[in-house]
Design a protein around this ligand. Structure first.
Ligand code: ZN
Length: 115
């Protein structure tokens, strides 16, 4: 399952960061997920809950900020909100669009408890 692999990857990063900071526990995890990253947020939350059980983040709150997708049309230069990859330009109907935002998937911040 795709979201499980992502959840494990996120917790790997969180664990490593907690270890480097000699943290006893992770209290909060802040994530950024782009609307076009191909991640189902409810599925990701569900898998994070399972994956964090044997880590220092077992009690951590998960906070996910969704980043809106934005596209840019190279033909006319227009930028606009984008919900899908394949969507024509709302201004000139051009169909070769580049994504300028929305495929983020990153750990923005973690809050830890030291012992
Ligand atoms: Zn255009």
């Amino acid at each position: 399952m795709h979201e499980m692999a992502i959840a494990m990857n996120i917790l790997d990063i969180v664990e490593r960061t907690a270890q480097e900071n000699r943290a006893a526990a992770v209290k909060d995890i802040f994530l950024e997920v782009g609307a076009l990253a191909g991640v189902m947020i409810p599925a990701l939350e569900f898998n994070l809950d399972i994956a964090k059980r044997n880590t220092r983040a077992w009690e951590a709150g998960i906070h996910i900020q969704q980043i809106e997708g934005r596209g840019r049309c190279p033909a006319c230069g227009e930028t606009f909100p984008m919900d899908f990859y394949i969507e024509p330009c709302p201004r000139c109907e051009g169909s070769f669009l580049s994504m300028v935002a929305g495929n983020e998937l990153r750990v923005r911040e973690i809050e830890v408890e030291r012992n």
